[in-house]
Write a protein that binds this ligand. Structure first.
Ligand code: SF4
Ligand SMILES: [Zn+2]
Ligand SMILES: [Zn+2]
Length: 305
């Protein structure tokens, strides 16, 4: 077998959807140019942006940092990073340490912020409560609020997350299966901000399958945190992910077709939906909110924190 691009016999990967067989160098090049293509097509970056990377230390966020750094080296953008410590024992600390090392290696301004410091409670403590809404519900809301706050404090104009093709397809299917049509309209490579105070979020890896990101970090010899969160499989997302991956075995283009199909119907459903954009401020913490309390604070009240 020879590389479809350069003819090298040292092939490492066969791309199911395109049928291409690639050597290490051509594989790395294909991922990077695909991400750059998404950045250009979706107009994710503007010259002079300061992009905050939500850097967990996992493969997706490390890849995001690595590829966006090429734009920084060309003086198109500036970069900074934030790592959220949710307080998950025997899991998060390794990611935090790896994130720190990447930021240091690249000379990028980096902050670590924790749920404990910001809200006085860890995710593990929440999960010990007899009544709770499931780990990922709290984790998602608190993390989003913390990262948005960090972006404002660090003067970032955009927030880049490591969402890959699998994450995006899972989100589309989850919102659809739960009948959550309002959230369904908000997915995309570049989120339209809920309010002026919410920094625009971008997803440069949105068209790259998770598996290919795993191979990319190995090929580039990037240090990443490969463990998965102990709460991951308890989640609805975990179930949906399993289902999509089962389908993908027989239908290798299904993730792309789900994404493309979603893009086509997005515009139509958006017109039908009334967006619940946040116009006011939370009376407890001052973050943007459409209700008296923002989501994070209403959870805190419910938990009695
Ligand atoms: S799996 Fe859920 S609890 Fe774990 S880090 Fe992800 S969102 Fe948070
Ligand atoms: Zn090659
Ligand atoms: Zn609040």
């Amino acid at each position: 077998m020879k590389c479809s691009k350069c003819g090298s016999p040292k092939v490492i990967y066969k791309q199911e959807q395109s049928g291409q067989i690639l050597c290490k160098e051509c594989f790395i090049e294909s991922i990077e140019s695909k991400v750059i293509k998404t950045v250009r097509k979706e107009k994710l970056l503007d010259r002079g942006d300061k992009v905050l990377v939500a850097l967990s230390g996992g493969k997706d966020s490390v890849t995001t940092l690595e590829i966006l750094n090429s734009f920084r080296e060309m003086n198109v953008i500036d970069l900074c990073a934030v790592t959220v410590d949710e307080g998950i024992a025997n899991y998060r600390q390794d990611g935090v340490d790896i994130a720190k090392r990447h930021a240091e290696r690249r000379g990028i301004e980096h902050r670590v912020v924790s749920l404990k410091e910001d809200y006085g409670i860890t995710l593990d403590e929440i999960m010990q409560r007899p009544k709770h809404r499931g780990s990922c519900t709290y984790c998602g809301v608190f993390r989003r609020t913390i990262i948005n706050k960090a972006a404002r404090e660090m003067g970032a104009t955009k927030i880049a997350t490591g969402h890959n093709l699998d994450d995006e397809v899972q989100a589309i299917m989850m919102n659809y299966l739960e009948g959550n049509t309002n959230n369904l309209t908000k997915l995309g490579a570049k989120t339209e901000s809920d309010a002026e105070e919410f920094t625009v979020k971008i997803k440069p890896l949105r068209e790259i399958p998770e598996r290919e990101i795993g191979i990319y970090v190995v090929a580039k010899e990037l240090e990443v945190h490969f463990d998965s969160c102990p709460y991951a499989m308890q989640s609805f997302r975990g179930e949906v992910s399993e289902l999509i991956n089962q389908l993908n075995e027989k239908h290798p283009t299904i993730k792309y077709s789900t994404l493309r199909g979603y893009e086509k119907i997005k515009a139509a459903i958006k017109d039908e939906m009334q967006n619940d954009y946040a116009h006011g401020r939370c009376s407890r913490c001052g973050e943007p909110s459409s209700n008296e309390l923002c989501k994070a604070c209403s959870f805190l009240e419910e938990l009695g924190v």
